[in-house]
Design a protein around this ligand. Structure first.
Ligand code: S3P
Length: 166
């Protein structure tokens, strides 16, 4: 089984992915961390120095290296499902799980680490909530194609059971 966690920044993809992988003896991968290691730069530096188009191409290519992997959980980036054919590819190559968060839940989780997030770090606090709300709305048609949708407030160590038993 190969599981792709999708959802907006701050929805807990990396946090829960790590816990669920440990609990179920699966391997865990974080797509952004793999890209950072490959490029030897932070995501923020890739956006600033190479541009978003380059990042999205690299992201899609890196995602597709998972064809050969099995028994793993992959935390994608918040934008991964919305570029190239990534959402369709993930749906055809594994089980997709959308960790669904409201704009307020996202805001509470990202406001102290916005320097790490190139799409947020040029906005002030008043602009961020509006930006998050608009982006979630724009991305929802992609996210909602997931096989399984789990609201973030319901997540716990056992939520993973639901995923593998469904
Ligand atoms: C992005 C989300 C980030 C990272 C990049 C772009 C997005 O991942 O891939 O900053 O477009 O929403 P996280 O969701 O892991 O923060």
């Amino acid at each position: 089984m190969k599981i792709f966690l999708i959802g907006f920044m701050g929805s807990g993809k990396t946090h829960w992915g790590r816990i669920w992988a440990r609990e179920s003896k699966m391997e865990f991968f974080d797509l952004d961390s793999i890209i950072e290691a490959q490029e030897r730069k932070t995501i923020d530096a890739i956006f600033n120095e190479n541009g978003e188009t380059y990042f999205r191409e690299t992201e899609s290519e890196t995602l597709k290296t998972f064809t050969e992997k099995d028994n793993c959980i992959i935390a994608s980036g918040g934008g991964t499902p919305c570029f190239h054919d990534n959402m369709q590819w993930m749906n055809e190559n594994g089980v997709t799980v959308y960790l669904k968060a409201t704009p307020e839940q996202v805001m509470a989780r990202v406001k102290d680490e916005k320097h790490k997030r190139p799409l947020l770090n040029k906005l002030d606090d008043d602009e961020i909530l509006l930006f998050i709300s608009q982006k979630i709305k724009e991305r929802e048609p992609f996210y909602s194609q997931a096989h399984i949708i789990l609201p973030v407030e319901e997540l716990n160590t056992e939520s993973f059971e639901k995923i593998i038993n469904s």
